[in-house]
Design a protein around this ligand. Sequence first.
Ligand code: ACO
Length: 452
Amino acid sequence: MSETKDTLSITDNRTGKTYEVDVTDETIKAMDLRQIKVNEDDFGMMTYDPAFTNTAACRSSITYIDGEAGILQHRGYTIEELCEHSTYLEVAYLLIFGELPTEPQLERWTYDITHHTFVHEDIKTMLEGFRYDSHPMGMLLSTVGAMSTYYPDANQIDNPFERYMAAIRLIAKMPTLAAFSYRHSLGLPYIYPDNDLSYAGNFLGMMRKMTELKYEPDPRLERALDVLFILHADHEQNCSTSAVRAVGSSQVDPYSSVAAGVAALYGPLHGGANEAVLRMLRRIEKVENIPDFLKGVKNRDEKLMGFGHRVYKNYDPRARIIKKHVDEVLDVVGLDNPLVKIASELEKQALDDEFFTERKLYPNVDFYSGLIYEALGIPNEMFTVIFAIPRTSGWIAQWMEMNGDSEQKIARPRQIYTGKRDLTYVPIADREGEEKIVGPPATRPIKSRRGA
Ligand code: ACO
């Protein structure tokens, strides 16, 4: 029997040369391909991987996902166990420090976070500058980015104390910024944090408190929200986490890096999906319209939002956990929501349909999280904002890991250039070309728009 080696032999049929590259963790180093050349002065071979569908950009010990088997684990613990036994703040500690906290560690962590929930009063002035109907995610994005101006020492990214403070402040203030953005969009007074409440309870209070002297959250709603927070805490190298890592690799401060994550999460294919699920359910309007809607999806007129996942080609384990809480929350709020009926029938019909099963399209976490928020009376625009609150701990954990990783450098992908080269410059009077600009020209002369 021939001896096996952890290497890969590559034969370049253009030259007939064979190269041997190391295989580690079922992976080859893309840079090992650079030696493959036809001529000595060639740049060397690259890999082409738009959207990084088969490229590992880092080594990470934070989150393990087996998409085929529907497994999600943080630092080795299954998401099911964490949701059953832990609080969100405990999971945030686990993500950031790598181990579950002891009792005194959790007490200190909770104390520190609880005592940094207030934001600078100037943030309120900043929010006043937004139009009354601004999307709260746009406001969150701006205020998180602005935090770097309040805590300039955070740019000492190698200073462990500054890193800790940034972690604490981001986790602590994110719910406050989110709730303030929400209250602003409704024209309601901002509610200051209540340090007597839990992390999730305090957020519910800042969102919902009206004239009562003390807001007391229903423990079932508080727990459902805390479980949602755990489910959304981290999900390895997704779009927003990759954005945090890519921006952070420039060694900018963590607030600016996390703002990049918020921006990425804003998109409808990522964090905006649960908002899109609700819009879709409203458009379907009634159970009888589901077959027509699914026909449209299969004709590629639209997507079935809340279905499919880049990584899970099986039931999203988070969807299974959250599904259990939907009925509980509906019981508490006493709501017989027609959208829930449409959602469960839609899920049933899609899972009975070959189009979806053949493509391994199953409900993802967003299919149900939107329904819980809906039942809590939270408007659609807030859904992604609520996603950003717990994902902050994941972003920070990933940012810290990246900063401590000696193999990382500033992110700088390559490209395959497809444009023209070496053209002769044409003077403006001699140029011809089709109209490229779309839409009507600006109606007012530039002078009169000054100051607008
Ligand atoms: N509805 C209808 N068809 C779909 C859907 C969907 N939701 N998702 C994928 N497909 C189809 C694709 O058209 C493709 O079909 P084809 O092979 O015949 O061309 C096939 O299924 C494979 O899909 P891909 O596009 O290769 O899947 P990809 O991994 O690129 O996309 C994504 C994953 C973006 C999540 C996609 O499934 C989608 O857009 N889903 C709806 C949006 C959504 O729910 N996003 C939330 C993701 S979870 C999160 O961010 C927390």
